[in-house]
Design a binder for this molecule. Structure first.
Ligand code: NAP
Length: 261
């Protein structure tokens, strides 16, 4: 793993949501921030996840490892009040969370249920707003950075991505509106649109292997990306090099998004 400057994140504090295991994109980002000297806090979703997340978090000397279901306002309130008690401020928020019912990630989009739509949008898009509004008072005046993860299925139809494409479109629009609101407080908000990487969440998408193979065949570099590429871009965005980038969706996908049919 390479990093831009080993000292850039010294004294900085980062909250990382969305580590499920060592394949998670959030884990790659956490490793890059840690390498630059950041102090870290992690969240986990349930007891089984805590068993997987705790050893990973401890390996990076995390200051806090806390439960958080992003659909639960009380848990979010507790999370941010614990961050405030421990750190008093926050520099980086990594939002790397998404969920849709499995039946909504295959077949025809037209069959999406009201509940499936609500669930996908709540976990995958509203949660960025819910976390940003709680992070704002801790980030104000810190040249802070909020980063979320998205995918090209927000822009164009990717078979089987279905409701998640709609959720990611809402997420990318939320990034722009949040960037506008939070910009005067020097809080930047960006999305990283990653090419396909084999993770737990990706395994829920039908024919994901085909997506991987097709991306490799069609993208200009004929290479798939790794979590490390995402970690490096996130580190760049958090670093002083990214200080005038906000409201953007940046692609790390070997150029797949420039391709036509
Ligand atoms: P991942 O390791 O499975 O991470 C997804 C995380 O979201 C998991 O930790 C998951 O916890 C968490 N999550 C789901 N529902 C939650 C809830 N209600 N509250 C709190 N956390 C919740 O997969 P990943 O691929 O790294 O995904 C991270 C982000 O990258 C997602 O936004 C995804 O859409 C995006 N992305 C992924 C790819 C790819 O190809 N992998 C490409 C572009 C964008 P559980 O495991 O317990 O559900």
């Amino acid at each position: 793993m390479s990093n831009l400057n080993p000292k850039w994140f010294e004294g900085k504090k980062a909250l990382v949501l969305g580590v499920a295991n060592e394949r998670s994109l959030a884990w790659s980002i956490a490793q890059h921030l840690h390498q630059g000297g950041a102090q870290l806090a992690f969240t986990f979703l349930g007891d089984s996840l805590e068993r997987r997340v705790r050893p990973l978090a401890e390996s990076l000397q995390a200051d806090l490892i806390l439960p958080c279901n992003v659909t639960d306002d009380a848990q979010l309130d507790t999370l941010f009040s614990q961050i405030k008690d421990k750190w008093g401020s926050l520099d980086y928020l990594i939002h790397s969370v998404a969920f849709a019912n499995k039946e909504d990630l295959e077949g025809r989009f037209v069959t999406t249920s009201r509940e499936g739509f609500r669930m996908a949008l709540d976990v995958s898009a509203y949660s960025l707003i819910a976390t940003a509004q709680r992070a704002e008072p801790l980030m104000e005046g810190h040249e802070a950075s909020i980063i979320t993860l998205t995918y090209y299925g927000a822009k164009k139809v990717v078979p089987n991505y279905n409701i998640m494409g709609v959720a990611k479109a809402a997420l990318e629009a939320s990034v722009r509106y949040l960037a506008y609101d939070l910009g005067p407080k020097k809080i930047r908000v960006n999305a990283i649109s990653a090419g396909p990487v084999k993770t737990l969440a990706a395994a829920g998408i039908r024919n994901f292997k085909t997506m991987l193979a097709s991306s490799q065949e069609k993208n200009p570099l004929h290479e798939n990306i790794s979590g490390d590429d995402v970690g490096a871009l996130a580190a760049f965005l958090c670093s002083p090099l990214g200080k005038h980038i906000t409201g953007s969706t940046l692609y790390v996908d070997s150029g797949a998004h420039i391709m036509g049919g």
